[in-house]
Ligand binder design. Structure first.
Ligand SMILES: NC(=O)c1ccc[n+]([C@@H]2O[C@H](COP(=O)([O-])OP(=O)(O)OC[C@H]3O[C@@H](n4cnc5c(N)ncnc54)[C@H](O)[C@@H]3O)[C@@H](O)[C@H]2O)c1
Length: 383
């Protein structure tokens, strides 16, 4: 069987996500395993060209991984038919103009989220891609976290019956940068640079909720900036103009209520950095990045409220751990394999720029809800 090369323009590959998740853990890992197997037995082999602003950095990255193609001239590769795919890992602010250029050059597009800073621009990208007839995909990595894959399995097996509610906690303390360096890039805390936890995390929550629980019909959110001043990578103080925490309620088609707290100003007192509790008529589950534990209806304890006697019952011990059962793959790699099959053999793919636009709409309406102090009803999004 034949191996077919497929050139990928990897823009922003020196960044945190571009380098670690997309280049090393996805594209290089796919190359190491011999490409992506297609239905006809052929293999699709990704051939990346590294793109960024700093040629020296790219040269160093390419040498580190035995790659020989890199450039700081995006147009030179956009006009090269050897690269049918454009992939974008830039800071959010730089994304829309770059993707517009890629679509105009007839490239298929794969991108980090959020796809844009505004819903109007996100929708415009989806429309442009449709008009140009190019394939398009947006990362949806949280669905591939081992804990969330187990949740998917539980839902598919009918474990919950009707899902009543979901409560989620996401976040951890991001250092201010004064006496300990911050562990996330400073642009995330400046609204003018595309930062903000609503724009960052609601783009994830949209596809997580849509794909696990149903279409989001309304949002109520309170977004705040708890830490007003931070210190950047160069040791310079700056005003944190973006929200660093959001407390939100999403109502989902079918009646489930999803409450999610997202915060860079919270200290972790849970097993994992993200944790969702799903309560259904027939059972409940608590899922994290890796773990998933369940409590079925017929093994549910019967607590009685009594403030006079200390409660000796160990509630945590009532839960059953769900086994992995299957080997765990890196989610970014799995998404890339799906997208490459979508491009290479037209395999179905639903996480497109329109799905990305729904995520951006949720962020925008979440911020509007917070500013206006009211619940916002969300109509279905159409092109
Ligand atoms: N899927 C996820 O879980 C996840 C997690 C973190 C970040 N992200 C998203 O990934 C994207 C990149 O985030 P990151 O944390 O890797 O950031 P980063 O700051 O580490 O990297 C950003 C990249 O963009 C480049 N860049 C910066 N400003 C630019 C400009 N003006 N023009 C062109 N290029 C520019 C940088 O050189 C770098 O290569 C963001 O959109 C972010 O929302 C996604």
């Amino acid at each position: 069987m034949a191996t077919r090369d497929i050139g990928i323009i990897m823009n922003g590959v020196s960044g945190r996500m571009g380098y670690r998740q997309h280049l090393v853990r996805s594209i290089l890992a796919i190359r190491e395993q011999g490409g992506v197997l297609l239905g006809d037995g052929d293999r699709l082999m990704p051939e990346p060209v590294l793109v960024g602003r700093d040629e020296e950095k790219l040269r160093e990255l390419a040498a580190r991984h035995g790659l020989d193609r890199y450039t700081s001239d995006l147009d030179s590769v956009l006009s090269d038919p050897a690269y049918p795919i454009y992939a974008d890992f830039l800071v959010t602010k730089a994304r829309v103009p770059a993707i517009r250029r890629a679509i105009a050059a007839g490239k298929h597009v794969y991108t980090e989220k959020p796809t844009a800073e505004s819903f109007a621009e996100a929708l415009e990208l989806a429309r442009l891609a449709r008009e140009a007839g190019v394939k398009n995909g947006v990362v949806h990595d949280k669905l591939y976290l081992p804990g969330f894959l187990k949740l998917r399995r539980l839902i598919d097996s009918g474990f919950f019956g009707r899902i009543l509610s979901v409560r989620g906690e996401f976040g951890y303390w991001v250092f201010e940068g004064d006496w300990q360096a911050a562990q996330r890039p400073s642009w995330n805390y400046r609204a003018e640079d595309g930062g903000g936890i609503v724009s960052d995390m609601f783009a994830h929550w949209n596809y997580v909720i849509e794909n696990l629980f149903g279409r989001i019909e309304s949002v109520y959110a309170r977004a705040v900036t708890h830490i007003p001043e931070r210190v950047d990578e160069r040791g310079k103080r700056y005003t944190a103009t973006a929200d660093d925490a959001a407390y939100a309620i999403f109502e989902v088609e079918g009646g489930a209520v999803v409450q999610l707290n997202s915060s860079w100003a919270v200290r972790v007192n849970r097993k994992e950095l993200v944790e969702f509790q799903v309560d259904g008529e027939l059972g409940s589950a608590v899922v994290g990045l890796f773990g998933c534990k369940i409590q079925p209806r017929n093994a549910t304890p019967k607590p009685v409220w009594n403030p006079d006697i200390p409660d000796a019952h160990d509630y945590a011990a009532d839960w059953i751990e769900v086994p992995d059962n299957d080997p765990i793959e890196n989610g970014f790699k799995t998404q890339w394999e799906q997208f490459l099959r979508h491009v290479g053999e037209d395999a179905p793919y639903s996480f497109d720029l329109l799905a990305g636009a729904r995520g951006v709409r949720l962020s925008e309406e979440g911020l509007r809800s917070s500013a206006e102090g009211r619940r916002i009803v969300l109509a279905p999004v159409e092109l």
